[in-house]
Structures are given as structure tokens and as C-alpha cells.
Design a protein around this ligand. Structure first.
Ligand SMILES: [Fe+2]
Ligand SMILES: [Fe+2]
Length: 160
């Protein structure tokens, strides 16, 4: 968990989390905050173990902690936050001691976390896509009726 702790303590990571928080101060729908990141990490690890993906906890958590750090950029410029996040995550991963092939795999998963074509893949990309969508507790959400997620995508029952 040492490299994961480094991500949490990384100055750029903290800065991007703060930018997300400021941009979503008045947002009534799901936020892109560290609570969401941890939900994605833990659901990802549950799926990893239940379905034998064979991924390390560290790779799953690194991808989950960083996958939405570009959300503020989407509010500011309209750039897709998956692409922005992958770009911003690269430097943080390098600073936190991740090797080039690990960084590439994590950034690839972040870049495709909104691309439904990867959801069947039995790798980090497929896992992050699924864990991200499954993490939203629509059954607890007061804004569920106003949310534009399609009915089939909403998590209306407890699964994880
Ligand atoms: Fe996202
Ligand atoms: Fe997310």
C-alpha cells in the first residue's frame, strides 16, 4: 500500500481533488470525490476476487484513486475527463514510483473508463469501467429522478 499512500499524499493529486470539490460545490448529482474513488477501488477489488481477474489490489486502487482527477478540466474546457485524467495521472504515478508498464496500464484504464466497449474485457480497463458504474448508489440518491442516467444503468438495488 506504500505507493497508494504516496498518491494520497501527492501535492498534484490533492490539488486536483480540491479543484473537483470547488467545481462540484453545488452539484446535486454524484460527485467525483475521494469517497467515490474509494468506492470504485473497493468494488473493483470485490469483482477482482469474485471473478478471478488476477489483478493486484495496488493496480486497481491506483486506477480508481486517479480515474476522475480530470473532472474539473471537463467543467472548465469541455475536454473529456477520461482523457484529461489519464494525462494528469501519468506524472503522479511516475512520482509515486510506478514503473512505465504499470503507468501505461493504469492510464489506459483511466482513458477508457467511459467507453462501454471495454466493459466485457477481463483486464484493468474492463474492471475499472464496471466498478465505476456499479459504485453509484442510485437507490439512496435524492436526485435519482432528475438524473439522466438511463434506467438500465442506474443501480436501484444493492449489489456490492
Ligand atoms: Fe468518470
Ligand atoms: Fe467515476
Amino acid at each position: 500500500m506504500e505507493r497508494l499512500q504516496s498518491i494520497l499524499e501527492n501535492g498534484m493529486y490533492g490539488f486536483y481533488v480540491t479543484l473537483n470539490e470547488t467545481a462540484e460545490k453545488d452539484r446535486i448529482f454524484c460527485k467525483h470525490d475521494p469517497v467515490h474513488f474509494l468506492d470504485v477501488a473497493r468494488i473493483g477489488q470485490i469483482i477482482n476476487l469474485q471473478e478471478n481477474f488476477g489483478l493486484t489490489q495496488e493496480m486497481i486502487y491506483a486506477a480508481a484513486l486517479l480515474h476522475d482527477i480530470g473532472r474539473w478540466q471537463q467543467y472548465e474546457t469541455g475536454e473529456d475527463h477520461a482523457a484529461a485524467g489519464a494525462r494528469l495521472a501519468k506524472e503522479i504515478l511516475e512520482q509515486c514510483g510506478f514503473l512505465p508498464d504499470e503507468t501505461e496500464q493504469i492510464c489506459g484504464a483511466i482513458a477508457s473508463h467511459r467507453d462501454s466497449s471495454v466493459k466485457e474485457e477481463k483486464n484493468l480497463r474492463g474492471l475499472l469501467y464496471r466498478a465505476d458504474k456499479l459504485s453509484r448508489p442510485c437507490f439512496l440518491c435524492k436526485a435519482e429522478q432528475e438524473c439522466d442516467w438511463k434506467e438500465g444503468k442506474k443501480n436501484l438495488q444493492l449489489n456490492y
